[in-house]
Design a protein around this ligand. Structure first.
Ligand code: NZQ
Ligand code: ZN
Length: 380
């Protein structure tokens, strides 16, 4: 196990009716801006609960943070925040609203253009912010990451800001998610886990078991969610899986991959494909391409997650990769590029971008433009 420091300062407030806690969790003297997406919060009662909880607070609202939040929209929010001397932000919605708000939190204190902050990639000054998270997927409710797009140039990059001071998660708020959003959410969580797990073998037994626990949970609950997405306990497990997959708990002292995410972001930037869906397309290709490098870990995954224990190493590895792709398809996602209208031209564009940036992703730093090409070609 590598040396590490673990510090996650986000207070997690979980369960039915917990949105009322906003009234005491946000300082009464705060000058708040509440940020929202396109209106889903008005359909699931979350908006009414937030308004009721903030009845004794001073706040303004900013609407319209879109999926894959753009710097173009966020610049407007930053200007509004500066103009109104906002000193506390509350993000209410999915990962995009939260990520966008992380940029606003830094942008309010920054003199230059917000895109500089994204390109800098690292921690910056930020005003305090918190969230009411309504879409289990990104883990943004308990991590410092944010992924921002620039529509003008079709670029999408991640950066690390500060953690939410608290996040409220009410599983009932997920009852209104569409089946497609749930499929993408489950795929995103699954891939967050394997980006941290399917790397160097024998680094940490405890990290391995936690990761496998989340994967097994997702495989068990996916059909149950399909059968009844109003089952509170199932949705609670879905919601907590998302948080635990990307809040640092399963990533202590181990090497990490993230190449699939970097390729997936390009598919979103160039084609607008939903984040979790891009990952379900790329990941089986990553495994097919890097199966020798990852063989020991794939064999462990085959046995412990899929119960594949018979056959030669090669057979078990191939069956584990097939099971992974089948799982994504069972969610209702089309896992091939061509099925999603993406062809060789896009592969060339991504390779060109990776080469220009000197890309070297993955736990071994060997996912270059050429390797990304093999991954994408095996996903056609
Ligand atoms: O905008 P509204 O009207 O709120 O509707 C949203 C949006 O249209 C809707 N939605 C959210 N909660 C709902 C709901 N609809 C019904 N009921 C609810 N309870 O869902 C749509 C998609 O929302 P979005 O926030 O875009 O989805 P998600 O949470 O998957 O976030 C995706 C973004 O997060 C980034 C992705 O790249 C993408 O930009 N990621 C952020 C990460 C992080 N911060 O650590 C890590 C991830 O790997 C990911 O890259
Ligand atoms: Zn993701």
């Amino acid at each position: 196990m590598n040396n590490f420091t673990f510090h996650n300062p986000t207070r997690l407030v979980f369960g039915k009716g917990q949105i009322t806690q906003l009234s005491t969790l946000i300082p009464s003297e705060a000058n708040i801006m509440v940020t929202y997406g396109g209106g889903s919060v008005k359909k699931n009662g979350v908006y009414d609960q937030v308004v009721a909880a903030l009845s004794n607070h001073k706040y303004i609202e900013f609407w319209g943070i879109e999926p894959n939040p753009t710097v173009e929209t966020l610049r407007k929010a930053i200007a509004k925040g500066k103009e109104n001397k906002i000193d506390f932000l509350l993000a209410v919605g999915g990962g995009s609203v939260l990520d966008g708000t992380k940029l606003i939190a830094s942008g309010i204190l920054y003199e230059g253009d917000a895109w500089d902050l994204v390109l800098k990639g690292g921690y910056g000054e930020a005003i305090p912010f918190a969230s009411v998270m309504t879409l289990p997927a990104t883990g943004s409710e308990m991590n410092s990451g944010a992924v921002i797009s620039r529509a003008e140039t079709k670029e999408k990059y991640g950066f690390f800001n500060t953690f939410p001071s608290f996040s409220i998660l009410d599983p009932e708020s997920t009852f209104t998610l569409s089946p497609y959003q749930i499929a993408c959410g489950v795929a995103d969580i699954f891939i967050h886990v394997v980006e941290q797990y399917m790397t160097t073998p024998r680094q940490s037994r405890i990290m391995d078991r936690w990761a496998e626990g989340i994967l097994l949970t997702l495989i068990e609950i996916a059909p149950k969610i399909k059968a009844n997405q109003h089952d509170y306990d199932v949705m609670a497990d879905y919601m907590l899986s998302a948080t635990m997959a990307l809040n640092g708990f399963i990533g202590m002292g181990i090497s990490q991959d993230w190449a699939t995410h970097m390729i997936g972001h390009e598919l979103t930037a160039l084609h607008g494909i939903t984040h979790g869906h891009t990952l379900s397309i790329v990941y089986p290709g990553t495994l097919r391409t890097l199966k020798e490098q990852k063989s020991e870990k794939i064999l462990q995954y085959a046995g412990r997650v899929w119960g594949i224990t018979e056959g030669s190493d090669d057979e078990r590895i191939n069956r584990a990769i097939e099971s992974t792709e089948k799982f994504f398809r069972s969610l209702g996602l089309l896992t091939r590029l061509t099925e999603n209208g993406v062809g060789e031209e896009t592969i060339d564009k991504i390779v060109e971008r990776f080469n220009k940036a000197g890309a070297a992703y993955g736990e071994k730093g060997n996912v270059t433009g050429d390797v990304a090409k093999q991954i994408l070609q095996s996903s056609l």
